[in-house]
Structures are given as C-alpha cells and as structure tokens.
Design a protein around this ligand. Structure first.
Ligand SMILES: *Cc1c(COP(=O)(O)O)cnc(C)c1O
Length: 336
C-alpha cells in the first residue's frame, strides 16, 4: 500500500475533461494559473509553480536556495536525502549534514550543532529542510510551536528554510492549524497532490514572487515545463475541493490497523501511528520481502522499509471491505 497508487475517480476524470486549458509554458493555461494562485493564497505565500512531481519541487527549491559548495541540513531519513537519487549533489553541487532525528523530526538545537563555522575548507551552511509529515519516520508531524524555534534560528543564522510538505495536508488534519500559519514559517513549501489527495500527477512549490520566478527557470531546465497541464491542474482543484477533509478517515483506519497488528505473534513492534502511515517490524526470521510477496498474492500491497520492516499506507481508494480483508488476512493462517 502506498498513497501514490490512487487512481482518479469518475468525478475527478470528469473535472479533468471539462478543464479549460492553454499552454502553460507560455503562461496561458488558466487552470494551472488558478491552481497556483489558490494554493499560494491558502498558505499565504506570494506565488506558486505547478510541477510534475514532489521530487522536482524539492530539487528546484534546493537549487534556488543554495550555491555549489553549500551544505543543506536535514534528517537522515528525509526524502530529499534518501529518495531523490542524490539530486542535491547532482543538481545543486552541495553537500549534506545529516541529523538523527526523532522519527524524522529534528530540533533547532540539533540544527545549530550542524551549522558550519566560516572557513575556506568547509562547505557553507545555507539551507534547512524539514519534512512534514515524515514519511520514513512513520507519518509524524510538527506543530507550529516546534517549528518556530527552527524558523528563528534560520533567520538569525541566515539560512533558508524549506518544507517538504508532500503530506502537509495530513499534518494539518491532525494539528488543526491553518495553512497560512504554517506558510508564514517557511521560505518555500513543496506540496504533493498525488499522495493522499488522490490526484494522478502534480506538486506545487510555493514561495515569494522572486523565488518562484527563479523556480520557473529551473523547472524548465529540468524538463518540467508542461503544455496543456490544465487537465492535471483540474484534478488537483478537484482534490482540494473533495479530498482534504476525508484524510481523517485514512488516519482513523491507520490507527485501527495498528490495533489489529498489535496482537499478531510475528510482529515485534509497531512505530507510533500519527497519520496515514503504519510501520511495523517482523520477527528476525521473517524477511520483509517474502512477507510482502505473500500479501501480494492475496491482493494486498505494502512496501519494505528495512530487512524486517514493512510500511502500510491507508488512502482514499481503499474500500471498507478491502480494509477488512487486510485485517482478516493478517489474522488468518499466515505462512511464516
Ligand atoms: C512522495 C514524496 C515526495 C515526492 O515524491 P514524487 O514521487 O517525486 O512526487 C517528496 N517527499 C516526500 C516526503 C514524499 O513522501
């Protein structure tokens, strides 16, 4: 299970077909423009740029905030470090200072210790990246009061602060904080529409006008300028209209799933469940890869998260009966 496997519903497809489109490379696609304005306004940022993926929005942000020979600071399990094919080094020519956070969350104190003194032989610390929710950390989220000291430190030290908010709406669903409040704490924010919100494609990068103007140039050089992208933006509009509030269902189910997993003899522990991600650990003699193979034969998709660790993610395409099927299978005779 991953929340990236969702397919557009009939209603979403209809919204896509009905979209008014232009050529977004020429800046004349009204549906892309209205999506960018809508999300920028929601998070109280000046502007936004629509991109094909969250990897691209993160990579563009890193590129805009840094120069070659700089260093970014992030958690060791963060997406920008682990899952973007070392793009920070390839695209931006920078180094990375890694923090062993608490399930993916890092603190101002930890960041402070990673800021390099100024010497010719050291990289220049210029960027901090937070992830909210933390994917590898099991979907944990930051509250505003946890981010504020980090924002203050970055301001004092002249570091940019970027948020990888691939699942930011999942975090906001739990904290009940407003998008504008979180927007005020970051120089840039990346948000995925193709995770729990269920759009087929699309991420947005938000920031100041000048930052986004620069971001558009890097989007182009990365090959991310899309022509009639309004069809995709229409799906994102639909997702924002219909699929934000229902995230609470995914969170509820994740907690129910964790409760069901607790009683299984072959599971040694389950990470705390905060949003829509469940990470659990199998007994040493069971390989995650073979466990996942068995689940797959029964129509259940999961991801390996280490040699004996597995990730489940709840999402909007899972029906009540499919959810119950997962619990039944796990409780049934299981070869292990
Ligand atoms: C999914 C994800 C991204 C972006 O992934 P794409 O597949 O490139 O859209 C970025 N950060 C996190 C934390 C993610 O989970």
């Amino acid at each position: 299970m991953s929340d990236t496997v969702t397919r557009p519903s009939q209603e979403m497809l209809e919204a896509m077909i009905a979209a008014e489109v232009g050529d977004d490379v020429l800046g004349t696609d009204p549906t892309v423009a209205s999506l960018e304005q809508r999300v920028a306004r929601m998070f109280d940022k000046e502007a936004a740029v629509f991109c094909p993926s969250g990897t691209m929005t993160n990579q563009i942000a890193i590129k805009c905030h840094t120069h070659a020979l700089d260093e970014m600071i992030c958690d060791i399990d963060s997406h920008v470090y682990r899952y973007e094919t070392a793009g920070f080094a390839y695209n931006s020519g920078i180094s990375v200072a890694l923090i062993h956070g608490n399930y993916g969350k890092i603190t101002a104190e930890q960041i402070k210790q990673k800021i390099q003194p100024t010497h010719d032989w050291l990289p220049h610390s210029s960027l901090v990246v937070l992830e909210n929710t933390c994917n590898k950390g099991g979907g944990g989220y930051y509250t505003l009061s946890e981010i504020e000291p980090i924002k203050n430190l970055c301001q004092q030290e002249g570091l940019a602060l970027h948020l990888d908010g691939a699942r930011l709406f999942n975090a906001l669903e739990e904290t009940k904080e407003s998008p504008a409040e979180i927007g005020a704490l970051f120089d840039s924010i990346s948000i995925c529409m193709s995770k729990g919100l269920g759009a087929p494609v699309g991420s947005l990068l938000l920031g100041k006008k000048e930052f986004i103007r620069k971001a558009r140039r890097f989007r182009k050089v990365l090959g991310g300028g899309m022509r009639q992208a309004g069809y995709l933006a229409a799906a994102c509009h639909y997702a924002l209209d219909n699929n934000v509030k229902r995230l609470s269902i995914d969170h509820e189910r994740a907690k129910l799933m964790a409760d069901a997993l607790k009683n299984l003899p072959f599971i040694t522990s389950i990470n705390p469940v905060y949003t829509n991600i469940i990470i659990f650990h199998l007994e040493q003699h069971i390989l995650a890869s073979s466990f996942i193979e068995v689940l797959k034969e029964k129509g259940i998709l999961a991801s390996p998260f280490g040699p004996h660790s597995v990730r489940f993610v709840t999402h909007l395409d899972i029906t009540e009966s499919q959810f119950n099927h997962v619990i039944e299978v796990l409780n049934g005779p299981f070869p292990h």
